[in-house]
Ligand binder design. Structure first.
Ligand code: BG6
Length: 497
């Protein structure tokens, strides 16, 4: 028994890292559009303007613990030669979508994951009417997919929210966004009826704890604001699921978790407990979205911290009724936690965080992200045994500063990474009987990295000729991993040589 006959093989993208065309087709700005470029250990900045007209920038993104813009600041674009915003051009999918979708189809993909730029459809997030040009553009993207037999998977909110909602309401801190999101989601259900069947509500919903501006448009993010925003996103997701079940029963709506097991560094029970708690802090999000209620451990934590939830009558019933149809996840590797010796090397990249240390058994890339050959099997078992639901890996990949030589990239390191991940996933399916819907490789076409805002950290199997400042011909070329993945897909995951 291997992967199912209708297994989804493909790749994943996000509009703010891939699409570009920010000033075209009547789109409004999103929070991602005011984020500058960065680099390894150089956090991205959010630019803002003060009421007196002066401007500044603040690292309100991943890899920074700053949580507030100065009082009175409005996040906005600034016109300065030293400021560069990577989302504006990105990989210019806006003008290359027909070519990219064709190349992906020729690679054998039967699925492609996109996210929509909410502010392309509702420029301010809460406009009375949608922007028809935005809808037409996405319709053509999905129609092109269908013409090639590719199933689009659509994330409604992937690390960008309409900038206007962030500035006016402190983003998802406000309950106002709940109904605006449901209006946006249901507008999409109508507009893309017959073209899109699978949607995800919020990308990596648990990452609000690491980057509340990026994920939820929070300009001020104390723990209470984060708890409010989380609650409002849960509610918006649940209402969206309920609307789909009532009026578009052919749709399937998933949640999306940034997964990755946290291992205990030692068998000291204190380390074991630390690992359990670290895993719970991630599973809290899927507990609510897949089980329909706040788990006791989270309520106890809120109670200790003096945090209250903005619950109105009927909300808890909505959460219970609006559980998602499947659980999708991103998975790049694993983390290690300890309560021991401070002299241990700190975890880096996606293995970093408070108390996290490097795993001496694993190799990392230049950004400190480790390849863990068992991570898929462990994660799939943990998720399935907790939720007993359909699972879908919608992101997994490795970033590398690829060398482009003679029109291609010899990316054996990427092939090794994919081989290890697909093998681990296959073990979970074959040896543990886990139902898995598909595997989508992250960043199948090179795009700007989210954490660093640079092009140098490439994930793609398709190379894009663009540098960190969007300079280049944007020409697409095929890497070695493209041909390898094509062969894997042709054999439905049997041929991993
Ligand atoms: C996931 C995000 O966390 O990781 C993507 O959903 C992101 O948006 C991907 O691009 C890889 O991270 P990075 O920072 O290397 O781009």
């Amino acid at each position: 028994m291997g992967f199912s006959k209708d297994f989804f093989w493909g790749g994943a993208t996000a509009s703010n890292q891939y699409e570009g065309g920010v000033f075209e087709g009547g789109a409004g700005l999103s929070t991602a559009d005011v984020m500058t470029n960065g680099a390894h250990k150089v956090p991205r900045q959010v630019t803002y303007r003060m009421p007196d007209g002066s401007w500044g920038k603040a690292p309100l993104c991943f890899h920074s613990s700053l949580r507030h813009l100065p009082e009175g600041a409005q996040a906005c674009l600034v016109d300065d030669p030293d400021i560069y915003y990577p989302s504006h051009i990105a990989s210019d999918f806006y003008h290359h979508y027909k070519e990219d979708i064709r190349l992906c189809a020729e690679e054998g993909f039967n699925c492609l994951r996109f996210s929509l730029k909410w502010s392309r459809i509702f420029p301010n997030g809460d406009d009375a009417k949608p922007n028809q040009a935005g809808i037409d553009y996405y319709r053509d993207v999905f129609k092109t997919c269908r013409d090639y037999g590719i199933e689009p998977l659509v994330t409604l909110d992937h690390y960008e929210n309409p900038l206007s909602l962030a500035n006016r309401f402190n983003g998802w801190d406000s309950r106002y966004l709940v109904d605006q999101f449901v209006k946006y989601a249901t507008t999409c259900f109508d507009a893309f009826d017959g073209l899109v069947t699978y949607y995800l509500t919020f990308n990596e919903i648990n990452c609000i704890e690491f980057a509340p501006f990026v994920t939820a448009g929070l300009i001020h993010a104390d723990p209470q604001n984060i708890a409010n925003a989380t609650f409002h996103q849960f509610l918006a997701s649940a209402k969206t699921v309920i609307a789909a079940h009532n009026y578009w029963p052919q749709l399937s709506i998933g949640m999306m978790l940034a997964a990755g097991p946290v291992y205990a560094y030692t068998c000291d029970p204190n380390d074991q407990l630390a690992a359990l708690k670290a895993n719970d802090s991630k599973y809290f999000y899927s507990d609510v979205q897949m089980l329909g209620f706040y788990p006791a451990y989270k309520l106890a934590e809120y109670d200790r911290e003096g945090i209250t939830l903005p619950i109105l009558p009927g909300d808890l019933e909505t959460l219970e009724e609006g559980i998602c149809d499947f659980l999708s996840f991103s998975l790049y590797g694993s983390n290690v936690i300890t309560t021991h010796d401070d002299s241990l090397e700190a975890g880096e990249g996606n293995g970093g965080g408070i108390g996290m240390v490097a795993n001496p058994y694993l190799k990392t890339n230049a950004w400190g992200w480790a390849t863990d050959p068992q991570t898929q099997r462990i994660t799939l078992n943990e998720l399935y045994n907790r939720y007993h639901c359909d699972l879908w890996c919608v992101e997994s990949g490795i970033g590398w500063n690829d060398e482009f030589v003679d029109g291609t990239v010899h990316d054996d390191y990427r092939i090794d990474y994919m081989r290890a991940n697909i093998k681990s996933m296959k073990d979970a399916v074959e040896l543990d009987g886990i139902p898995l819907m598909g595997y989508l490789y992250w960043g199948c076409v090179d795009m700007v990295s989210n954490g660093e805002g640079e092009m140098a950290k490439r994930y793609g199997q398709i190379y894009v000729d663009a540098d960190n400042y969007g300079q280049g011909t944007m020409k697409r070329s095929l890497k070695d991993s493209y041909h390898w993945y094509k062969k894997v897909i042709e054999s439905n995951g049997e041929d991993l040589d």
